[in-house]
Structure formats: structure tokens, C-alpha cells
Design a protein around this ligand. Structure first.
Ligand code: SF4
Length: 196
């Protein structure tokens, strides 16, 4: 993947970008940037791998349903000043794709917070939109589905069937073309394979 091209295009679209060799450096950067505020985290294996809940909780009030499950946590996370999400896929043209079932993670990226951080390993970067959509549906969503019990067909053969299962976890796709109005957004790119 052409990281420099992606960084250039993210910036053209209005995203700030930070690029790190390792997840630990990215986590340290975020801990330096985010202090004395409220933070919401969307479901994100990358955030989990970076230990962001534990690290950011030292200086902030952090709401994450992966640590404290329940609707109250989800509400508070979406009302926080800062929101952190992963990405299911990103394009070299600077687009960010996420699929969600409940919608909290998508909502947090488009409304409510003042600052959005998108943390992503280099494995999320795809050459174009169609390959990014393919990754979001057939890699990220299928992997994510394994975390839940259910009768989705991807649990059987590891492929997305665009199912009509009642247990379907893929209910909406968000493509960020630019930071939302009145919201800053920063992409944290890490030269490691992270997340799903
Ligand atoms: S098969 Fe259904 S639940 Fe599984 S990835 Fe596809 S749409 Fe999502």
C-alpha cells in the first residue's frame, strides 16, 4: 500500500494525520493529546490491543462498553468530548469505512463529540473503494461476527453472504469522506497489523 499517498489524501480531505511505527508510540501520543476530558470508545479491537481504555483512564473519564457493558455506557460514550474508533477499512484516496450493527460506533463518528480519532493498523489500508468495501464485509465483519453467537452464514464458511439472518451484525455502512462539520478528525496510522 502507498501510505504516503493515503496520508496526502487524508489531509486533502481535512483529516489530520499522525503516522507511527508501533502501536505503543501511537498510544503514548494519544495519552499526551487527550487529558482531563471525557472519552468514548467504539467497539474496536485495535483500541483494545493498544490498551487505550486503561491508559486514557489515568487522565480522563473514559466510557467503553467493552469494559463496562450496558446502555448507560453507550449513551455516555456517544456524549463524550472525544470519540475514538477503529476502521474496518480505509482507502488510499482517504476514505474511512465502518460497518456496524447497533450504530453507536457510527453515530460517534458523525455527531456528538468535538474530536474524533480513528486508530488503524496498516492492514486496514486498501487501494480503492471496492477493495475497501470487500475488506470491510469479508474480513472485518466476518471476523467481528465470530465474537457473537448466532446463525449467520459467515460463521459457517467465513464469507459474507449479505445475509437476512435475524442475527445479522452488519446493519449499516458509514463512509467518512471528510471530518463532519463542527468536528475535528484525526487519523492515527500505525505500521502494524492491528484489529480485525
Ligand atoms: S453473512 Fe451476514 S452477519 Fe455475516 S458478515 Fe455477511 S451480512 Fe454480516
Amino acid at each position: 500500500m502507498d501510505i504516503e499517498k493515503a496520508i496526502h489524501n487524508f489531509k486533502l480531505r481535512g483529516f489530520s494525520v499522525q503516522h507511527f511505527a508501533a502501536g505503543e508510540e501511537a498510544a503514548a501520543y494519544l495519552c499526551g493529546q487527550i487529558r482531563n476530558t471525557t472519552v468514548g470508545i467504539g467497539g474496536s479491537k485495535t483500541a483494545d490491543q493498544l490498551g487505550l481504555y486503561e491508559k486514557l483512564s489515568e487522565q480522563n473519564t473514559v466510557f467503553w462498553h467493552w469494559r463496562v457493558p450496558g446502555p448507560e455506557t453507550l449513551k455516555k460514550a456517544n456524549a463524550a468530548a472525544v470519540y475514538i474508533t477503529g476502521a474496518n477499512a480505509m482507502t488510499e484516496d482517504g476514505e474511512i469505512l465502518n460497518i456496524d450493527g447497533r450504530g453507536n460506533r457510527l453515530a460517534g463518528q458523525v455527531f456528538g463529540s468535538k474530536k474524533l480519532y480513528v486508530v488503524a493498523g496498516i492492514n486496514k489500508l486498501c487501494p480503492d473503494f471496492s477493495s475497501a468495501l470487500e475488506r470491510a464485509r469479508n474480513v472485518a465483519a466476518v471476523e467481528n461476527c465470530k465474537r457473537f453467537a448466532g446463525k449467520q452464514p459467515c460463521q459457517v464458511d467465513g464469507k459474507c453472504h449479505d445475509c437476512r439472518s435475524a442475527d445479522r451484525i452488519c446493519r449499516a455502512l458509514l463512509v467518512l469522506w471528510a471530518p463532519m462539520m463542527d468536528m475535528e478528525a484525526e487519523v492515527i496510522l500505525i505500521d502494524e497489523e492491528l484489529g480485525m
